[in-house]
Design a binder for this molecule. Structure first.
Ligand code: PNS
Length: 168
């Protein structure tokens, strides 16, 4: 039985994330999607609880996928949950430097934990949560970037932050 953790900041979850979750759920017995803080991303649009709720909606039809959150190091989460494999998606070569560094750093501090990379489906390669936040904050529709089920969450957040400007 192989359990994996698919970690990220998921601010918000995108179609690219969902694709990696779906494919991981076919390859592995159990997938734990874990929402963590990324120290480089100082001001998230959604709170960690909100990100967890959106993800729970998005993965509710997958029997072997659960969503958790953790305030701390990914490798500590892995240890506490008895998981030895981290899954990360790779979109472009620009992802590679930081991902390799992260995988090697995590392996150095926790040699029992390995990271495997899944190639992003090219049709989602251009999508990032940062891009979604930016388009949404200027009132553009992010349909086709994120699962439809979370569009209302984004609309609501943008409306709250802009005092009524609609996503669309
Ligand atoms: O979706 P992201 O922002 O690319 O995910 C990055 C994330 C959250 C997986 C990474 O920042 C992380 O593991 N954060 C938890 C803290 C940690 O373990 N840091 C050491 C490795 S960089």
């Amino acid at each position: 039985m192989i359990s994996v953790v698919y970690p990220g900041s998921f601010d918000p979850v995108t179609l690219g994330h969902l694709d990696i979750i779906a494919r991981s759920s076919r390859v592995f017995d159990k997938v734990i999607v874990c929402v963590l803080n990324n120290a480089a991303k100082k001001t998230p649009l959604f709170s960690r609880d909100e990100r967890v709720n959106m993800l729970k909606d998005v993965v509710r039809d997958f029997d072997n996928v659960v969503v958790k959150q953790y305030n701390g190091l990914l490798v500590d989460f892995a240890k506490e949950n008895n998981v030895k494999v981290i899954v990360r998606g790779l979109r472009e070569v620009t992802d590679f430097d930081i991902e390799l560094q992260m995988a090697q750093g995590n392996h150095k501090v926790s040699p029992e934990v390995d990271t495997i990379f899944m190639a992003t489906d090219p049709k989602y390669s251009f999508i990032s949560s940062t891009m979604v936040r930016e388009f949404a904050s200027y009132g553009k529709s992010v349909k086709g970037f994120v699962p439809d089920i979370i569009l209302p969450y984004i609309d609501e957040k943008v409306e709250k932050n802009t005092g009524g400007r609609k996503n669309g």
